[in-house]
Ligand binder design. Structure first.
Ligand code: ATP
Ligand code: MG
Ligand code: MG
Ligand code: MG
Length: 512
């Protein structure tokens, strides 16, 4: 409960207000308003108001996970190379490494190993474990600080089941948890099919806030209403200048992997595949458009690895775009049958074949995956079934960008006056602004406030013009202002937040 005078909140400015709010990026606004500070690109120091905001979001996330029977844990941030070697992810460019350890970018490996230690029988399954903590990814372009950090706060959950149908039930349960969380946050969101063929697919969903500043392009069918992310297949290749003869290295991380390789018209491309050591290559066919490799892992059935080759019609020396390794992609179990052409706005929906696709931008705030045995097999993690046979877990994983949410909520709700938090996450829900015209004593104000139990409020009884104090409160994004002036006990109320989530707050305050 914040019950402080203005000047006592670390980081919150007390002097004259900057005028150019509308021109500021949301990160600049959060910094100027004293929520966070950025020591370096992609890093964040949390100040009291920012910390309170992120904790409010965490509490909502926690409440819904606990209600669904998920168990909270907190794993070490450091993780040993030996585990990541087994799943083929140690070479990922995004990992920060400290000797033989990496700083956790995600926790499939560690969580699977942890659960394996206790959930060794079908009687102990299903298990869904989650944590809320810091993650580390060496993002090439840490953008807007909180939206894309090198260090950021993620909620990551993992489900472990005995078979596929049970795993799909856990997956659906977690999608319901996500729906409930985003509903309570009270910011418009969509659930989009991710990494799916055409606009269909049901193994991975992304949860987006709609925003022009979003990095993802989403397509929605105007007839069946299905939403999908156009980013279905991202090349797993770093850009750079093309040499006379381009040599392409490609790290195979999973079955049926698929990547694009750009090559200059009329030039030869030499393929160099870096594969898991325990994979046995059976044969490779390279045509001008496709390279299909067949592999076998000891004891495993055969699988194919498909590489599409794209002719970009460029010559040696051309600067190719820097193509990020799409981290989330390496969690998918299969890409087989994914068409390479993007669905575009205006096209007929491939799913219902009736509607047209329209496009809009989104900020990815969450992701739910059905994983199958992608991690349990290489880590040899599993349980003994009812007939005494050992089986590998069927898994799912579920992420929410908690620190990204702070900036994403701010981004979609802010206006020209400043931030505009939904009451559910606002660090201060009510500002009690004492006007200069108020002739009573502060004890009376305190008494008034003591009745606002359960609300996060703050009293501003500092010197200064009422208009300026209100403007400050609005800039900080406080949803409701209560003005105590000369007519007290008659009070004035100003609504800053979105009316639909303030009804209860307003009536509670007015009843006092
Ligand atoms: P993006 O496409 O934005 O790089 P991602 O698909 O790589 O995200 P996931 O692996 O799906 O991310 O991680 C789960 C969630 O964590 C994402 O939905 C996103 O909200 C959040 N997240 C991922 N990377 C970052 C980051 N660098 N900074 C802040 N939040 C992040
Ligand atoms: Mg990423
Ligand atoms: Mg993702
Ligand atoms: Mg993504």
């Amino acid at each position: 409960m914040l019950r402080r005078l203005y000047s006592t909140i670390l980081g919150v400015p007390t002097g004259k207000l900057a005028k150019n709010i509308a021109d500021m990026t949301t990160t600049e606004l959060l910094i100027k308003a004293g929520y966070v500070s950025q020591p370096n690109a992609g890093l964040t120091h949390w100040l009291p108001l920012g910390l309170s905001t992120i904790r409010n979001i965490e509490e909502i996330i926690r409440k819904h996970h606990d209600k669904a029977g998920c168990q909270e844990v907190s794993l070490s941030v450091m993780s040993h190379q030996s585990l990541w070697d087994k799943t083929g992810r140690w070479q990922n460019d995004e990992l920060f490494k400290v000797g033989d350890f990496c700083l956790a970018a995600t926790a499939e490996e560690e969580m699977t190993q942890l659960v394996q230690r206790t959930a060794d029988s079908y009687k102990k399954l299903p298990v869904i474990a989650y944590q809320i903590g810091r993650k580390y990814r060496n993002e090439k372009r840490p953008r807007g600080g909180l939206l894309r950090g090198r260090e950021f706060v993620m909620k990551d959950a993992y489900s472990f089941d005995v078979d596929q149908s049970s795993a799909l039930r856990s997956f659906e349960k977690m999608n319901q948890v996500y729906y409930d969380i985003f509903k309570e946050l009270n910011v418009p969101f969509v659930k989009a099919n991710a990494d799916s063929g055409a606009i269909g697919g049901d193994l991975s969903y992304e949860w987006h806030f709609l925003s022009e500043s979003g990095e993802d392009t989403l397509l929605e069918c105007d007839a069946c209403g299905v939403v999908g992310n156009v980013e279905r297949v991202r090349p797993h290749l770093a850009g750079g200048h093309l040499a006379d003869e381009a040599e392409v290295s490609y790290h195979l991380t999973r079955e049926n992997d698929l990547c694009l390789i750009y090559y200059p018209k009329g030039r030869t491309v030499n393929f160099k595949f870096l594969n898991d050591e325990d994979l046995v290559e059976l044969h490779t066919d390279i045509s001008s458009e496709e390279a299909v490799q067949t592999y076998k892992r000891s004891g495993d059935s055969e699988f194919r690895n498909i590489v599409r080759i794209m002719d970009v019609g460029v010559g040696p020396g051309t600067l190719l775009p820097d193509l990020e390794v799409a981290y989330s992609r390496s969690r998918m179990t299969t890409f087989e049958g994914v068409p390479l052409t993007e669905a575009q706005a205006g096209d007929v929906c491939a799913l219902c074949e009736a509607g047209k696709l329209k496009s809009f931008k989104g900020i990815e705030v969450g992701h739910t995956f059905y994983l199958g045995k992608r991690y349990s097999e290489p880590l040899d993690a599993g349980f003994v079934d009812s007939e005494g046979r050992r089986q590998h877990y069927e898994m799912g994983c579920y992420g929410i960008g908690v620190s990204r949410l702070v900036a994403a909520i701010a981004e979609v709700t802010r206006d020209t006056h400043g931030l505009r938090w939904p009451a559910s996450v606002a660090p201060i829900q009510v500002d009690i602004v004492v006007a200069g015209s108020y002739t009573g004593d502060l004890g009376t104000v305190e008494k008034f406030c003591s009745q606002l139990d359960g609300l996060r409020y703050r009293v501003d009884a500092t010197e200064g013009h009422l208009g300026e104090k209100l403007a400050r409160s609005k800039r900080l994004g406080t949803p409701l202002q209560v003005i105590i002036g000369k007519q007290y006990p008659k009070i004035e109320i100003e609504l800053r937040g979105l009316r639909r989530d303030l009804g209860k707050l307003e009536s509670e305050v007015q009843q006092q």
